[in-house]
Design a protein around this ligand. Structure first.
Ligand SMILES: [Zn+2]
Length: 213
């Protein structure tokens, strides 16, 4: 039976993030929330993220606009606009993080994820890059993602699942998913599988090369 780590991307959302937090609290589970910076302009969303931190969840930076993947973003100031801007938005809530998760192409791993400038900034700032090995598509398969994710968790000894805390149906199905994982004998932990961390505290592994344009 495997170890499963839950992560929630693209929030915070003023309604759904709180629902996700309620489910995790009832089950006494800890997870991670990778926030999109421009969502923090909504004070209720910001409060939800602060609640997540206070409950012991990890907070990560998931770019400011979730626009072009950084490996395809040709703006000279993309690092400033996407990573540093999110650091500032988090700081206004009293939050800091050295976890970064890139995005792009529905969760495919590849050189679209990071630019060299982004890699260099993240390394200099001692970031840990948190990738994934399970993207069950909760935003497009609202009924089926639970079974997709359960099958993935049955195949791997360590699974880092990406879900989305702006999708209402994800929150609605989360308790059922967690229950099924535990019933299948998996344990749910907060720690990330090492294989999903191509950079740790600014130090890149050989796996990072394939994720930089
Ligand atoms: Zn995302």
């Amino acid at each position: 039976m495997g170890q499963v780590t839950l992560s929630f991307d693209n929030g915070p959302d003023p309604v759904v993030t709180d629902r996700v937090l309620d489910v995790l609290a009832r089950r006494d589970l800890k997870a991670s929330f990778f926030a999109v910076g421009d969502r923090l302009a909504d004070p209720a969303a910001g409060r939800a993220l602060v609640r997540a931190r206070e409950a012991g969840h990890l907070i990560g930076n998931h770019t400011f606009t979730h626009g072009l993947p950084l490996g395809e973003d040709l703006r000279a100031d993309a690092v400033e606009q996407e990573i540093i801007a999110t650091e500032r938005a988090l700081a206004q809530l009293g939050l800091t993080t050295r976890l970064f998760r890139p995005h792009g192409k529905g969760g495919q791993l590849g050189p679209h994820l990071l630019s060299r400038a982004a890699r260099d900034y993240l390394a200099a700032e001692h970031y840990t890059c948190v990738m994934w090995n399970c993207v069950p598509g909760d935003w497009r398969d609202e009924a089926g993602w639970v079974d997709t994710a359960l099958a993935a968790c049955a195949r791997e000894p360590e699974t880092l699942v990406v879900l989305h805390d702006y999708v209402a149906s994800t929150a609605a199905n989360l308790d059922r998913f967690c229950g099924a994982l535990l019933e299948a004998g998996h344990s749910i932990r907060q720690a990330f599988p090492r294989s999903c961390l191509p950079m740790r505290d600014g130090i890149a592994t050989s796996a990072l090369v394939a994720m930089v344009a």
